[in-house]
Design a protein around this ligand. Structure first.
Ligand SMILES: Cc1cc2nc3c(=O)[nH]c(=O)nc-3n(C[C@H](O)[C@H](O)[C@H](O)COP(=O)(O)OP(=O)(O)OC[C@H]3O[C@@H](n4cnc5c(N)ncnc54)[C@H](O)[C@@H]3O)c2cc1C
Ligand code: SF4
Ligand code: SF4
Ligand code: SF4
Length: 380
């Protein structure tokens, strides 16, 4: 997908800058990515490498494990996959300076943000389908209706809860994609689909690691035109951990009559995964499913999608509401205008809510760093 761009000025967000070649990365190829990420079992399956190179596909291996694979004979060693992967290196301060114009205050575990809200959709049908307050779906609906976006990359699922990306163009598409899928999926590849679909103003919804990958692409100085400037809005989800697809098989065996078709919602409350169905609700202790947590999640330190324009989670607000951090000017504009136009209602998030988010963010940061120090001596 990458095409050599004319050297010269390009716009990335609000900032125009020069392409600068980084020769170190131009000498790194898929083999380096494999050695430093997949072989070390820190790949989070974000999909960023495959989204911007035809030669990489995220496929299952013989044992059923999904991972990025090189599917052609010859590697041109252009370095993009290595430079874009959030697990090779992550110059957080530099990325923050570029997207927020400042770095976080050193003690702020939630990253840079302007305001924290509790948000709820004002549209009944979104509230019904949404995971918490339906904030993500309502914000995308507003942005599509107003022409701020012409496509939203979301992660929907089939009737067995297997995730898949979708380029949402309509209210119905958005509604069908609402709700949390607790399964690892390379959703960044949806950005490629959106560009190929002709979208010029893309909104992307994804997990913290996926936002990290896309922000690396957006802020990297590299000599190729990969179309990332078309992503105009980054909505990140809070995430403590995610699970391999095998979790779905386990849930089927554990008691939903061998099928997930009648499951209406998966959620995590306290120490349980709750599987809600038409007739029954199953509570599975998280301890029972920790074996399904993605390997790449164990070194992850970002709980609140610190690099998004808008971050959304459930912790910190009462049931039926979403917690929303606006981090950039663009994010603030979208949230305020969606409230003014009657898509959402919002109120300040309470201090005790913020404290519980900080507590979880700190614990994720500490455990991610501890694990990577144990494995490699340093954090990747
Ligand atoms: C794997 C995972 C772990 C999470 N862990 C936490 C947590 O620890 N604490 C917390 O407070 N919140 C967590 N969340 C976020 C929470 O579950 C809700 O997604 C969030 O509160 C938004 O709710 P909503 O009602 O505003 O979203 P909705 O309006 O229901 O929209 C949800 C959006 O999320 C997208 N989506 C769903 N699943 C995925 C996925 N696997 N990958 C990418 N996009 C997806 C959908 O496409 C949709 O656009 C997690 C979400 C996921 C996907
Ligand atoms: S061509 Fe470039 S992006 Fe694709 S696998 Fe090789 S080094 Fe990675
Ligand atoms: S972490 Fe993402 S970009 Fe890196 S190898 Fe895995 S899927 Fe590719
Ligand atoms: S825990 Fe981290 S690596 Fe795992 S899915 Fe969530 S954001 Fe990605």
């Amino acid at each position: 997908m990458a095409q050599e761009a004319d050297p010269g000025e390009v716009g990335t967000g609000t900032e125009a800058r020069k392409y600068v070649r980084l020769p170190t990365f131009l000498e790194r190829g898929f083999g380096d990515l494999q050695n430093e990420v997949t072989a070390k079992r820190v790949c989070c399956l974000c999909g960023t490498c495959a989204a911007f190179c035809d030669k990489i596909k995220i496929e299952k291996d013989e044992s059923g494990k999904r991972e990025p694979r090189f599917v052609e004979d010859y590697d041109t060693v252009c370095g993009l996959c290595y430079a874009f992967c959030p697990r090779t290196f992550l110059p957080l301060s530099e990325i923050e300076r570029r997207i927020f114009g400042e770095e976080r205050k050193s003690a702020e575990v939630l990253g840079v943000y302007r305001k924290g809200y509790a948000v709820r959709s004002k549209k009944e049908e979104i509230l019904k389908e949404g995971q918490d307050g339906g904030a993500v779906t309502a914000l995308l609906a507003y942005a599509l209706d107003e022409g701020i976006l012409d496509g939203g990359v979301i992660t929907t699922s089939d009737d067995q809860w297997k995730p898949m990306t979708k380029v949402a163009r309509t209210y119905e598409d958005l509604q069908a994609g609402a709700g949390t899928k607790y399964t690892l999926y390379p959703s960044v590849t949806g950005v490629r689909e959106a560009v190929e679909d002709g979208c010029e103003k893309i909104g992307f919804v994804g997990l913290p690691c996926q936002i990290q990958g896309l922000r690396k692409v957006q802020t990297a100085e590299q000599p190729y035109d990969v179309g990332v400037e078309k992503v105009k809005l980054f909505i990140g989800l809070f995430c403590m951990e995610n699970f391999t697809e095998d979790l779905l098989g386990f849930v089927k065996l554990r008691g939903v009559n061998g099928s997930l078709e009648k499951v209406s919602k998966f959620s995590i409350k306290g120490k349980d995964l709750i599987v809600s169905g038409e007739e029954e609700t199953l509570r599975i202790p998280l301890d029972e499913i920790k074996g399904y947590v993605g390997e790449g999640c164990l070194v992850c330190t970002d709980y609140t999608a610190e690099l998004a324009d808008i971050s959304v989670g459930s912790v910190g607000s009462e049931d039926g509401w979403s917690t929303v951090f606006v981090r950039t000017e663009r994010g603030e504009e979208v949230v305020n205008a969606a409230a003014e136009k009657g898509y959402i209602e919002l109120k300040d998030v309470e201090e005790k809510g913020l404290e519980s988010i900080r507590k979880l963010a700190r614990s994720k940061q500490e455990s991610g760093m501890l694990t990577s120090r144990r494995l490699f001596g340093v954090h990747p």
